[in-house]
Design a protein around this ligand. Sequence first.
Ligand SMILES: Nc1nc2c(ncn2[C@@H]2O[C@H](COP(=O)(O)OP(=O)(O)OP(=O)(O)O)[C@@H](O)[C@H]2O)c(=O)[nH]1
Length: 496
Amino acid sequence: MSTQREMKERNPWHRPVTIIITVIGVIAIVTLVTVLVIQNRTIAQKYKYGIVLDAGSSHTSLYIYQWPAEKDNNTGRVEQKHHCQVAGKGISSYTATPYKAGESLISCLKEAKENIPQKMHPETPLYLGATAGMRLLKLENSSASDEVFKAVEKTLRGFPFSYQGARLLAGQEEGAFGWVTVNYLDDRLTQGLETTGALDLGGASTQISFVSDEYNGSESPDNAVSFRLYGYDYTLYTHSFLCYGKDQALRLALAHQTKSGPTAITDPCFHNGYNETRHYAAVYDSPCVSDQKPQIVSETFIHLGGGNFTQCQEVIKSIFNFTSCRYSRCSFNGIFQPPLQGQFGAFSAYFFVMNFLNLTDTSVPLKTVMQKLSDYCATPWTQIKKEHDIPLKYLAEYCFSGTYILTLMMEGYNFTSETYSSIKYIQKIKNSDAGWTLGYMLNLTNMIPAEAPDSPPLTYTSYVSVVTVMAILLFVIFILILYSLWPKFNTEPKII
Ligand SMILES: Nc1nc2c(ncn2[C@@H]2O[C@H](COP(=O)(O)OP(=O)(O)OP(=O)(O)O)[C@@H](O)[C@H]2O)c(=O)[nH]1
């Protein structure tokens, strides 16, 4: 019993001083780590915001982006916080009543007010970029396009955000910013990885953008956009084909089939049994086709479906011009295109259409994809209507749109059955929509620096872990030293 007591007394771990030191040490470590974690988390929870309106030919979308407030100096990730689809058509359709173009944006702007903390409104930049619909309107009627922009600007200025302008984007900008978005979201730019090409299919225009080792901008310099991002140089090939978005391409195909002004056509790109009366004036009411308008005998024509994929491909091929090329190589319509290189992300209508058709898997051989689309096109209209509950106007066009997409890629851009698998149909990357808007905002807010920013050598998690481990280690060393010194301090005078 007494030996046990002696041992207990000699063992420093049983002394109150040691216990107190241990408790204080543990509390110190817990406090240190807690302060580290809380200090950093409080900062990371504050955000800055930016709003971009994509005024497209078919409709307008509003996107809110957010990024950590203290990291806008180039290291914080910008992500999409909210998306609002403006009801109705694109702003270019309001030429008769321009003020309505402005009014159409109000409900989404109100949503933006609700989604961004009020105190951040005045410092939130607000941009509007208009694309191919307004490009066509400008070609057709420049003063009408000015009126629409005025009305839109009036509405945007009426909101408490920091209005930065409403402008027409050049096709080249639309292509280049789409490419920036895809590669930014994929984290390819900071690391200088091989980039992904961008394929964007809109309603009125379509863009192709990629980096090719065989393109430095000397041939067809109009297609070159040079960037220096995070310390890496890029010369991007980009081209926007006006009138080759899927809605205008459909007009081109209908114009091709109604050249002679017939009263009825059997269109292989529409399902068997499809039967609609169309007005010539409505089909030809676009600068993409207005010069092809036939000497009309009738006001309308009957649009019948033929449901034949191969014939549909032939009709679509006829809207491309493959004969003239003054460069070393061309895609179509005499436009230069260097050899395709690397992976491609295909978004907007590429995704909507192929997703509806269940054909987004590009590991499936192209031959099989074509066969499936051919079967879909051959399905009678009555059956298609029974199987899908979506507005008939959209439903009727998927055979055309799917065939257009494959023809544009294979015949227009020169993808092959081998390179088809390098395309990925995408809608979102990490919860942000693929499209030009994010790249546009990153550029205008200088969020992508030309040079790589100085980054801390450790990530936040590694930093906290290292500090924790070091604190524990120091404490253990301290205790061990204390332990080794203990007998000296505690040796009681021995009575001999
Ligand atoms: N199926 C389907 N089609 C859509 C959807 N959203 C848009 N579309 C169609 O896809 C096409 C392209 O749409 P967007 O990418 O918004 O194109 P846009 O901005 O209006 O056109 P551009 O001005 O040429 O860029 C248009 O024909 C739209 O009608 C969708 O959610 N589902």
